[in-house]
Design a protein around this ligand. Sequence first.
Ligand code: ADP
Length: 446
Amino acid sequence: AQDSWYMGLDFGTSGARVMVIDDDGSIQANAKESYPEGASADWARAWEDTLHHLLSDLPADVKAATRSISFDGTSATTMIVDRQSGESLSPPFLYNASCPDALPAVAAMAPKHHTVTTGTSTLCKLVSWYWHEHQHNREGGKDSVDGIADRAALLHQADWLAFLLHGVMGVSDYNNALKLGYDPAREEYPDWLAFQPFAGMLPRIVAPGSVIGAVTKELADRHGFPEDCVVCAGTTDSIAAFLAAEPSQPGEAVTSLGSTLAVKLLSTERVDDARFGIYSHRLNDTWLVGGASNTGGAVLRTLFTDEQLAELTEKIDASQESKLRYYPLVKPGERFPVADPHLEPCLRPRPDDDAEFLHGILESTARIEGEAYRLLQELGASPLTRVYTAGGGAVNDKWTAIRARVLGVPVEPSPQTEAAYGAALLARQGARQRAGSHKQMQQTAK
Ligand code: ADP
């Protein structure tokens, strides 16, 4: 029988990665490419070129075996495109771009503390573009906004890249659409959004992983994909990275120990709390509850080199509790699990022995991680049962042991941490759902 493989494409901040997996989840192809120099002059072109380079460089037999494709992109990276051609009508608004000019208007339409009420939200980007366009039309003698919403469509980065392959305009997923204001519980745009004059620009929303359509004939010919290879709805980069760890039950979580500490917990209940910057993404019938602390590896970088870290770590007895109580931060201010914009970093008293000092920092960070999960549970999330670890801190076995002792649950490194792997899992899910519904149709026909 012919192989059935599934492709995930991750478009991050500095480059893109492709991973192709088989039915068992084994990686059959894996490649990455940085965006070209000067990409910022035309991001859309850079993403499109990088996509085609990655696909062109894959072996022909890998592409011939690919049954489905899915993308993840940076959250809140927003594109305004022509409905007919898919061409950008404005330079993309990057994930971290802020549109404070639109914030008062967005705050006036949305409920208090809604995720859209920050300047970097997708909705602020849309409103900012729309009103500038409106203004421009007026100055050109046209006093109507009619027509803008018929001509233009909003897509997230992952949606647009998928569009280049399937050619179906105006489709997104409910993970990417959260910062646009979509309500993933009710599966609709709330009324305060649905009746805005720009509502015609909003994409139709489907579940991540659902099949959107087959690759276009042109693309199948260009890259040698089978004609029935489908493109599935994607997700955001951080959710794709979470999916890569393959947590399956409510209570399972992924802690990312990078420059900062971020936690994501699979939960039967949804938790949202703007005070702590906690919000929930939908994942099928469960919720992915997440929050981010300012503590994390960045502080270690200011104190030790990675070599020193490894050497000092050797000397730590992870079974012993360090009594040192720090709050490691690079600068004042914390959001979660302590909401205090003025919280002072605390790294004192500093013992003479650097290994003891490091032990105190690792132990304190583990306590903060424990507080983070405790707070999520207090606010209604499922009790923690298991933690996977991603990020630079995951290599440190002593830290893992300290965290397991402090958290009181098993702590393991994630077998996979690449977002592209998570996107490939979504593609596999989509292909299987389609195969399942075909089978069902055949059975009903009999
Ligand atoms: P980023 O958030 O920048 O992507 P990474 O996931 O690459 O971060 O992780 C980098 C962090 O990992 C650094 O801040 C560094 O302090 C930390 N790190 C690297 N090696 C170790 C180690 N052996 N023990 C603990 N932390 C480490």
